[in-house]
Ligand binder design. Sequence first.
Ligand SMILES: Nc1nc2c(ncn2[C@@H]2O[C@H](COP(=O)(O)OP(=O)(O)OP(=O)(O)O)[C@@H](O)[C@H]2O)c(=O)[nH]1
Ligand SMILES: [Mg+2]
Ligand SMILES: [Mg+2]
Ligand SMILES: [Zn+2]
Length: 390
Amino acid sequence: MFDSIEAALQDLKAGKLIIAVDDENRENEGDLIGIAEFISEAEVNFMATHGRGLICAPISADIAEEAGLSLMIEDSSDPYKTAFTASIDHKSSTTGISAYERFRTIRALTDKTVDSTEFNKPGHVFPLIAKGGGVRERMGHTEASVELARLTGASQVGIICEIMNEDGTMARVDDLVEYKRKHGLKMITIEALRKHVENKGAVTLETTINMPTEYGTFKVYGFIDKGTGQEHLALVHGNVGNKTNVRIHSECLTGDVFRSLRCDCGAQLEKAMNIMSREDGVILYMRQEGRGIGLINKMRAYELIEDGYDTVSANEHLGFDADLRTYDAAAEMLRQLGIDHVTLFSNNPSKIKGLEAEGIKVQHKSHIVESNLINQDYLKTKKTKLGHML
Ligand SMILES: Nc1nc2c(ncn2[C@@H]2O[C@H](COP(=O)(O)OP(=O)(O)OP(=O)(O)O)[C@@H](O)[C@H]2O)c(=O)[nH]1
Ligand SMILES: [Mg+2]
Ligand SMILES: [Mg+2]
Ligand SMILES: [Zn+2]
C-alpha cells in the first residue's frame, strides 16, 4: 500500500507529485505534495482538478523571513496550529489564480534572492511556515513537504493540497489506495518519513574482531546503518586518534573481489591496505555498490557502456543520478571511532565535501593508481564529468 521514502524522493525529483498521509489520530488526511523547484504549472493544475483542497506553499522559516512573511495570527486557535502567513501573489500576476500564476508565485519563493517586494498581499497562494525541527517536531504536511524538499537537495519550498473525494468528503486511506492506483502516484506516511529522517546516517557498532591479512592485522568494526540497513566495516590498523589516515572505499564487488579491469577499485583498495598497514589508519568499507545503485544496476550500466554510453550517462539513462552516495554514515562511523580530523586518501571532491558537511575536518591526499588499457575511458569520464582529481 505504501511506497518507500526513497521511491517517493525519486518521483519528487522528477517533478511528480506524491501522496502523504498523516496519522489517523491527527487530521487523517492525504495531501498531494510536490517540490516547488521541480514541479511545473501542470502539477498545480492537477492539484486544483484532482486534489480539490487548498493549494498551499510550505516554506522554511529562513525563506519566510527573506520573503517578509510572518504568521497571519500569532495566538492561533486552530487545533492543528496550521502556520498560515498572509496569502501572496507574485507581482507579475494578473488575478493570481490560474495554474500558471500560482505556479509562478510558488516558484518565486525558491529564487536565490527572495524579498518582500516581489509579492502582493493578500493573494491566491497560502504560504505556511514549517517548524525548524521538521517532522520530528510536528508531523504535519507542512513539515513533511519542506523536509522532503530538503532531502531532494532543493530549496525548502513545497506545494501541498488536501485530497477531497468527488462527493465532497475528505479522502481516507481506503479512498487513497484507489486514487494512487488511478493516477500512478507514490504514497508514503509522515510517520515513515519521520523514521527515515531520524535514522538517516545513524549507525550502530555491532561487533569488533581482529583480522590478520597478507598486509598485517586489522581490527575490524562492524556497523549497521539504521537508515538503510546496510552493513559497513571499519578496518583499523594501529593506534588511531585525531588526524588519522582514512580511506573511504565504496564497495565494488567486480573490482574488489574479481579484480575487474573495467575500473580502478581493486587496485585502489590494495593500495589503501598497503598504506594503512605501513602508516596506520582506517579503511571505511562502505556498502555503496555501484555508487549507490547496487550491483545488478551497475551491471545494467555496464551493458549500456558496452553500447556506447559512459559511466555517467549510463546511470542517468537508467533513471539514477550519476552518484547517489552520501557520507553521513561514514562520518558517524569515524566519530564513533573517536576521529574528527582526517587525512583523506581520495581523488573524489564530493567525498571531501560530504565529510566536511558532516563536521569532519579534512586534509586531502590523492589516491591514484596506474590505469590500464580498459579503464582509460572510465577514468577520463570521472575526471571530466564527476570532477575527480586525476
Ligand atoms: N554506477 C556505476 N558505478 C561504478 C562504475 N564503475 C565503478 N563503480 C562504482 O564506483 C564506486 C567507486 O568507489 P570509490 O573508489 O570508493 O570512489 P570514487 O568515486 O572512485 O572516489 P576515489 O576512489 O576516492 O577517488 C564503487 O561503488 C563502484 O562499484 C560504473 O560504471 N557505474
Ligand atoms: Mg493538512
Ligand atoms: Mg575510486
Ligand atoms: Zn569498481
